[in-house]
Design a protein around this ligand. Structure first.
Ligand code: NDP
Length: 282
C-alpha cells in the first residue's frame, strides 16, 4: 500500500477529547446534555449502531436515553415516541435510527423531530440552513468526512470532487458541503443513472463512494494520486467491506479511508459534535 491511511478512528478519538472538554464546560454552566435514540424493530446492524452511539455519548459525559419500539410499530406510534422525546427537558438531542422498518416513512419521522433537537442534522429545516450556508447541526456522515479531510490537511479548493450517491443522508449534503463557499471544490454528483461512471470517477481529485455495493470501485475508477473516501458499509460473508476495492485502490490513491475504521467512527463523532452544538442553543 502506498496511500496515506485516513484513520477515522484516530480523528474521532481526537474529536472526542475536544467534545469531552466542551461537555464539561457546558455542565459547569448548568447545561446537562442528553442524547436520545429511537430504534424501531430488531435489525441487528441498527441495534449495533445504536449501542455504539450510547457508548460514545457516555464516554464524553453526555447522558443517553434509549427508546425502542417493536417492528410492528405504526407511523403514529413512531410519531408519538418522537413527540415525547421532543417534550422531555433532559433530551437535548435525538436520533431516529434509519432506515425504519418497511412501511414506515423515514423522511416523515425525521421531520417530526424538533429542529433544535435534530442531532442527525437531517431535518428539512436544518438541511435548508446548510443549503443557505447558515449555522446548524450538520448531517453527520458528510460532516465527519469534512473533519477527516481537515485533519489530514487535504485541500478541497479548486479540486474536482466526484460524489457517487445522492441520498439525503450522505450524497446530497456531501456534495453541498464540498461545493460550499470556503470549501470550493468543483463537484460532480453521480448516481445509478450516470453514464460511464468509471470515466467520470477518474476525473476526481477527491472521490467519495457512497453507494452500498461491496468493492464496486476498483482501480479503473480512480485517477492515480486521488484521495478516496469509502462511505459504503456492506455486510458480506467476509465481514464488513466498503464500496472500494481497498487493496488495489490503495496502490494508486494518494490517501484512502478504510472500512471499518474510516467514515463510521467519524459519523458517530459528528453526532456528538451536533449534540454539543444543540446543547448551546437551549
Ligand atoms: P442509499 O441506498 O440511500 O443511496 C445509494 C445511492 O447510490 C443512490 O443515490 C443510488 O442512486 C446510488 N447507486 C446505487 N447503485 C449505483 C450504481 N451502480 N452506480 C452509481 N450509483 C449507484 O444509501 P445511503 O446513501 O444511505 O448509503 C450509501 C452507503 O453508505 C451504504 O453502504 C450505507 O450503509 C453507507 N453508510 C455508511 C455510513 C457510515 O457512517 N459509515 C452512514 C450512512 C451510510 P439513485 O439515487 O439513482 O438510486
Amino acid at each position: 500500500m502506498s496511500a496515506l491511511l485516513i484513520s477515522g478512528n484516530d480523528v474521532a478519538a481526537a474529536a472526542k477529547d475536544r467534545i469531552r472538554n466542551e461537555v464539561e464546560a457546558l455542565a459547569a454552566q448548568g447545561r446537562a446534555l442528553g442524547l436520545a435514540t429511537l430504534l424501531v424493530g430488531d435489525d441487528p446492524a441498527s441495534r449495533q449502531y445504536v449501542g455504539y452511539k450510547h457508548r460514545d455519548a457516555q464516554s464524553v459525559g453526555i447522558s443517553s436515553i434509549d427508546v425502542r419500539l417493536p417492528d410492528s410499530a405504526t407511523q403514529d406510534e413512531v410519531f408519538a415516541a418522537i413527540d415525547e422525546l421532543n417534550e422531555r427537558d433532559d433530551v437535548t438531542g435525538m436520533i431516529v435510527q434509519l432506515p425504519l422498518p418497511e412501511g414506515l416513512d423515514d423522511e416523515a419521522a425525521v421531520e417530526r423531530v424538533l429542529p433544535r433537537k435534530d442531532a442527525d442534522g437531517l431535518h428539512p429545516l436544518n438541511l435548508g440552513r446548510l443549503v443557505l450556508g447558515m449555522d446548524g447541526p450538520l448531517p453527520a456522515t458528510p460532516s465527519g468526512i469534512m473533519a477527516m479531510l481537515d485533519h489530514y490537511k487535504i485541500e478541497t479548493a479548486g479540486k474536482v470532487a466526484v460524489v457517487v450517491g445522492r441520498s439525503f443522508l450522505v450524497g446530497r449534503p456531501m456534495a453541498l458541503m464540498l461545493g460550499a463557499k470556503g470549501r470550493d471544490a468543483t463537484v460532480i454528483q453521480a448516481h445509478s443513472r450516470t453514464a460511464d461512471l468509471a470515466s467520470i470517477c477518474r476525473q476526481a481529485d477527491i472521490l467519495i463512494a457512497a453507494v452500498g455495493r461491496p468493492e464496486m470501485f476498483d482501480a479503473s475508477f480512480v485517477k492515480p494520486g486521488a484521495v478516496v473516501i469509502d462511505v459504503g458499509t456492506n455486510r458480506t460473508e467476509n465481514g464488513l467491506v466498503g464500496d472500494v476495492a481497498f487493496d488495489e485502490v490503495s496502490q494508486i490513491a494518494s490517501a484512502i479511508s478504510p472500512v471499518p475504521g474510516g467514515v463510521g467512527p467519524m459519523t458517530r463523532a459528528s453526532l456528538l459534535t451536533n449534540t454539543v452544538y444543540l446543547g448551546t442553543l437551549t
